[in-house]
Design a protein around this ligand. Structure first.
Ligand code: SAM
Length: 231
C-alpha cells in the first residue's frame, strides 16, 4: 500500500515536471511570487502558498489533482462566471490556497455570502487566515448538505475547483448527487477542468450545459463550464 502510494507520488512528480518543461516555467513562478507577495509578513515567514499547495499535492495527488494552484487569470474567469445576487449564498468546493476565493470577493460577492469547503486541514487553516471574513468549513464535499446545515436552503451557485478527473468514481458520483440535490432550479454550477474537449459526461448527464470559456493563459490551459440543473 505504502509502496503503491510512493509510486503514484513519483509518477505525479514526473508528470508535473514534464508538463512544466513542455510549456514554460515562467507562469508558475510569476503566479507564485504574486501569491506570496499579497501575504502578510507573518504569513510569509511560514510556508508560501505554492509550497503549501505543492506539499499537499505530493501527499494527496488524487484529491489535489494538480501540482500548483490556479492562475489569477483562471481564478477571475471562474469568479466572473458566478451571477451576482446580494442575498445569494455561493459555495466554493475545494478552496485550496484561496486564489479563486479571493477572486470571488474581488468580484463583489459579500464575505457573509461565501462559504468555502476544503478537505485538507492545512489548506483550510491557510484559507481562514487569508480570507478571515468568510466561512471556511474543513470537510469532505461528499457530505456537503450536512456541512452546510440550515444554509443549504440559501445556496444559489456552487463554484467547484474539485479535480473530478482524478477523484475516485464513488466520491465524484456522491458529490455530483449532493450538488444536484442542493442547487435550486435557477442555480448555477461553475466547474473548471483541464480537459478542453467539453466531453465531461459526468456533468452533462446531471446538468444542463450553458456556456464555457477557455483560459489559454493558465498552466495548463483550462476550461470553465457553466451548468444549470436539469428541470
Ligand atoms: C485542483 S485544487 C483547486 C484549488 C483552488 N480552488 C485553485 O483553483 O487553485 C482541488 C482542491 O480541492 C480539495 N478537495 C479535493 N477533494 C475534496 C473533497 N472531497 N471535499 C473538499 N475538498 C476537496 C483539495 O484539497 C484541493 O485543495
Amino acid at each position: 500500500m505504502i509502496q503503491r502510494n510512493i509510486s503514484k507520488a513519483k509518477l505525479f512528480i514526473n508528470q508535473s515536471v514534464a508538463r512544466v518543461r513542455d510549456v514554460s516555467l515562467s507562469r508558475v513562478f510569476i503566479d507564485s511570487i504574486r501569491e506570496t507577495s499579497i501575504l502578510s509578513k507573518n504569513e510569509q515567514s511560514k510556508s508560501p502558498a505554492w509550497v503549501l499547495f505543492a506539499r499537499e499535492a505530493l501527499r494527496n495527488p488524487r484529491t489535489i489533482g494538480t501540482g500548483w494552484a490556479s492562475s489569477t487569470r483562471l481564478a477571475r474567469t471562474i469568479a466572473n462566471s458566478v451571477p451576482l445576487d446580494d442575498d445569494a449564498l455561493i459555495v466554493e468546493l475545494g478552496g485550496g490556497t484561496g486564489i479563486v476565493t479571493v477572486a470571488l470577493l474581488e468580484r463583489g460577492i459579500k464575505p457573509e455570502n461565501l462559504i468555502s469547503i476544503e478537505q485538507s486541514a492545512s489548506l483550510a487553516d491557510y484559507l481562514r487566515q487569508r480570507c478571515p471574513k468568510i466561512r471556511v468549513i474543513q470537510g469532505d464535499a461528499l457530505h456537503l448538505s450536512d456541512l452546510l446545515g440550515e444554509d443549504v436552503h440559501r445556496v444559489k451557485a456552487i463554484v467547484s475547483g474539485l479535480p473530478f478527473r482524478s477523484l475516485p468514481d464513488i466520491v465524484k458520483h456522491g458529490i455530483i448527487k449532493q450538488i444536484d440535490n442542493i442547487l435550486p432550479k435557477d442555480g448555477s454550477l461553475v466547474q473548471f477542468t483541464y480537459d478542453l474537449s467539453g466531453r465531461a459526461y459526468i456533468f452533462t448527464k446531471h446538468f444542463k450545459y450553458i456556456s464555457h470559456k477557455m483560459v489559454w493563459g493558465n498552466l495548463p490551459p483550462a476550461r470553465v463550464d457553466i451548468y444549470h440543473p436539469k428541470s
